[in-house]
Design a protein around this ligand. Sequence first.
Ligand code: NOJ
Length: 537
Amino acid sequence: MSYAWWQRGVVYQIYPRSFRDSNGDGIGDLRGILERLDYCVSLGIDAVWLAPVFASPMADFGYDVSDYTNIHPMFGTLPLFDELLLEVKKRGLKLILDYVPNHTSDQHPWFRESRGSQDNPKRDWYLWHDPAADGGPPNNWLSNFGGSAWQFDERTGQYYYHAFLKEQPDLNWRNPQVRAAMHDVLRFWLRRGVDGFRVDVLWNLIKDDQWRDNPPNPAYQPGQPPHHNQIPLYTSDRPEMRQIVAGLRRVTDEFADRILIGEIYLPVERLVAYYGSNLDGVQLPFNFQLLQSAWDARGIARLIDEYEGKLPPGGWPNWVLGNHDNPRILSRVGVSQARVAAMLLLTLRGTPTMYYGDEIGMDNVPIPPGRVQDPFEKNVPGLGLGRDPCRTPMQWDGSANAGFSVAEPWLPVSDDYTEVNVQSEDADRQSILALYRWLLTLRRSHPALSVGKYEPVATTGHLLAFVREAQGQRLLVALNFGADPYELSLDSISSTARVLLSTHLDREPGTPIQGLGLRGNEGVIAELSGVCCGGLK
Ligand code: NOJ
């Protein structure tokens, strides 16, 4: 059986503003990324995904694109992008771009035209609607960033819909011209040689054509984002999405070996529909369950089994521990469990996506009120919803600004940077960075970990265990989610075993073990051999 690169590989997300600033303006850029590609290689990842680097007024830090086929001067130029792509390829890596199809910037020429007059040829490229009888918004739809999703346009007397900021008007994906233009955006980058796209808010592209009100959400709790007050029945995951997704896939399939990864926050049973009825959807609908679940062995064991059970035949799984919209894993689970989380991410069946900085144990960084950047936090303050804390500069070394920039960075650097940084962890054989490198090395050298079967092992309490198996090789992964030791008998799964790796990085690889005495917060990968007595439970 042969597997595609994106099935074997590991994706590494870079948030370009925060990875490395090469020109001293306090904001990361493409040259900075290029200069750190060897670091990516040293990690052992396979593909780099860049959050948006396109021309943009930066109202939502690049998720408000004003020119889909150009690079923001802050990040570089198109020739520099090509140079970066070349250097990525030279190193045997892949490059994935962010594709933002749901909305443009209000400064995009399409929207400037569209808002020109009610009969402008581009009027229907966006979602315009007459006011309600009382002059208010056409319906109750809410913006993800607070308030109504409708913005009144004085000049033309209609409202336009924006699922996010008013500076991010939603495109009308029912319009064939919009679809064609946005398909051409994909082709522009595919022809340049990019290996695929992470598709922003994919499940939101189509809205109800009858503009029906969203129903109230009876489960809403104060403190949740205000738009959770409604069930987004008519603004997301509409039935027409299937054709839209298949259309995107047809475009990427015009080119060999490319991938679509969909950003989709939906319950698993609805998420898996995005693989498409004949796997003609996106190859990887992002599986965010590890971001959203309590850090509990039993709960996570259950969700893995459920996910495995609901995948369509041939649908390839994937797992995510962090991204630029969610609290860092370390801030959720603590320093000791961050290692267990790393082992979980990189041993589960399916493509893992890592988030820059998690590999050195970066934490959420408290942002003083005067330095808040995130428009979400500015619009909906005080609820702790801001995303700046997980977007702070990469910590390269112990020098000023953590070696990220010679200038004051756009977001504060974490106070812990003199210890938590690439340089000092490089020199520490037991650092979390060393652990990530071991895990990635093992994954590469053991097909059981990258493409092997997944078999749960029955356990109780704080232990999560499973076996990965390929080509006769069987690897046990045992993860102690608790602080107390845990004795795992291997009787039912193997007669002998050898330790390959501990999250503590202090076990001698190859040491034979009879049973597995896990210390608190320890994860172990062990190779099983000998006659299997009784099979897996
Ligand atoms: C999801 C992106 O990940 C987030 O950062 C952005 O604000 C919204 N989509 C709007 O594009």
